[in-house]
Design a protein around this ligand. Structure first.
Ligand SMILES: Nc1ncnc2c1ncn2[C@@H]1O[C@H](COP(=O)(O)OP(=O)(O)O)[C@@H](O)[C@H]1O
Ligand SMILES: [Mg+2]
Length: 344
C-alpha cells in the first residue's frame, strides 16, 4: 500500500547561509541571509516527519562538511557567497558531487538572480515586463518614461530598494543612481514604474503536478496604494506598512491570468519544486512581471511564500515536507502518483 503522507526516513542536509550581524555601510547588507530561527523551523518540520537532519552551513568549509555528512538529499536555502551567480554556487557543488537537492538547479538560479537577463529571456515568451535599462553611471542616458524605479540588478529581499527608489525626474534619478551604485555596485536596473495593485504568486510542484497558489495581494496601508513599493523597510516592518490579502479580491479571469502567467514563467525558466513570482497589475488590468524568486525566503511568520501557502491552507511543516517530497519524486526516490494532497 502506498503511503505518501510522509517521506521515508532519510538523512537530509540543510544548506544555508546565516546572518552574521557584521557591520556594513548599508543596513540591508545581510538581507538575503537567514536567521537561525528559520533553520530551526525547517529542521523541526523534517525531524517531525522522521528524517534525520544535518546542518550544513554553506561557508568555506561546506564541501568537507557535506562530504562527511553522507546525506541522501540536501534541502537547499543557501544564498551562496559572492558575485551575481551566488545562489547557483551551492546547487553547482551538489550537482558536481551528484547529491540530490530541493529546488531549482544552478542554471535557473544564476539566470533568475539577474533581473534584467530574466526579463530579456522571458520577453521571448511574450511575458509583459516594464521597460528598462541598465545603468553603470549616474549620468547614463536612459530614455525611459518617468516615474522610474532604481534597483540593483542582482539582489533580492528588498535590498537596495529604499525610500528613494522611485524617481520622478532626472535629478532625482541621478541621486538615486549615485547612492545605489556606491552602496551596491553596478549595474543598476532602472525600470518604468507600473502603478497598480501588487501581487505575488507562489508555485509548488513539477510537471503535471505543478500547483499554483492563489495570488496574494500586498496592500499598502499608507499613501496611494498603487504607488507603494515593497521596499526593505516595508518588508522588515510589514505589520505596520502592508496588509496581505489571499485570496485577493480579483475577477476570476484576472486571477487566472496571473496564475497562468506564473506557471508559464516557472516552466520557461525550468524551475523545480517551488518558486514565487512578483507582479504589478497595471491600471488597465494587465499583469506585468516584476521578478521571480526561485529560492524564495522561508522564514516563518515573515517570508511571503510560507505566508501565502498558509492562507491557502498549507501550514509551515506541510509546506517544507511538500517541497522535499517534490524533490524526492523528481529523483525517483519516492513513487510519483497522487497529486499534492496538501493543496486544496
Ligand atoms: N517596475 C516596477 N513598477 C512598480 N513597482 C515596482 C517595479 N519594480 C519593483 N517594484 C516595487 O519594488 C518592490 C521590490 O522590487 P523587486 O524587483 O521585487 O525586488 P526584490 O528582489 O528586492 O523583491 C516590488 O515588490 C514592487 O513593490
Ligand atoms: Mg520581489
Amino acid at each position: 500500500m502506498e503511503d505518501d503522507s510522509y517521506p521515508p526516513p532519510l538523512k537530509v542536509g540543510i544548506a544555508y547561509n546565516l546572518k552574521k550581524g557584521v557591520r556594513a555601510d548599508a543596513e540591508d547588507a545581510e538581507a538575503e541571509y537567514d536567521s537561525f530561527g528559520t533553520i530551526r523551523a525547517i529542521r523541526a518540520a523534517l525531524e517531525g516527519a522522521g528524517c534525520s537532519v544535518a546542518l550544513l552551513e554553506a561557508d568555506a568549509g561546506f564541501v568537507e562538511r557535506l562530504k562527511s555528512a553522507g546525506v541522501d538529499i540536501v534541502f537547499n536555502i543557501a544564498e551562496g557567497a559572492n558575485g551575481r551567480g551566488r545562489e547557483a554556487q551551492v546547487p553547482a557543488i551538489l550537482s558536481f558531487l551528484g547529491i540530490p537537492f530541493t529546488g531549482s538547479d544552478e542554471t535557473t538560479l544564476a539566470l533568475a538572480l539577474d533581473k534584467a537577463m530574466t526579463k530579456r529571456y522571458l520577453s521571448a515568451y511574450g511575458v509583459r515586463t516594464p521597460a528598462y535599462r541598465l545603468a553603470d553611471s549616474p549620468a547614463a542616458k536612459l530614455r525611459l518614461r518617468f516615474p522610474v524605479i532604481v534597483k540593483p540588478d542582482c539582489e533580492g529581499s528588498g535590498k537596495g530598494i529604499g525610500d528613494l527608489a522611485t524617481a520622478e525626474d532626472g535629478d532625482h534619478l541621478r541621486a538615486a543612481l549615485e547612492r545605489n551604485l556606491r552602496l551596491y555596485g553596478a549595474p543598476m536596473l532602472v525600470e518604468e514604474f507600473v502603478p497598480g495593485r501588487e501581487f505575488t504568486v507562489g508555485l509548488l510542484g513539477n510537471g503535471k503536478e505543478l500547483a499554483v497558489f492563489e495570488p496574494m495581494e500586498i496592500r499598502y496601508r499608507h499613501g496611494d496604494p498603487e504607488r507603494g513599493v515593497y521596499s526593505y523597510r516595508v518588508k522588515t516592518n510589514w505589520k505596520e506598512y502592508v496588509e496581505y490579502r489571499c485570496p485577493a479580491d480579483l475577477p476570476p479571469q484576472t486571477s487566472q491570468a496571473l496564475k497562468r502567467t506564473a506557471a508559464l514563467i516557472f516552466r520557461a525558466l525550468g524551475c523545480r519544486d517551488f518558486a514565487r513570482i512578483d507582479f504589478r497589475l497595471s491600471r488597465g488590468g494587465v499583469p506585468y512581471f516584476i521578478e521571480i524568486n526561485p529560492l524564495p525566503g522561508l522564514a516563518p511568520g515573515y517570508s511571503d511564500y510560507p505566508m501565502l501557502a498558509g492562507f491557502c491552507g498549507v501550514g509551515y511543516d506541510a509546506l517544507i515536507l511538500s517541497i522535499l517530497r517534490c524533490a524526492l519524486r523528481r529523483y525517483g526516490l519516492v513513487p510519483a502518483g497522487r497529486r499534492q494532497a496538501v493543496l486544496r
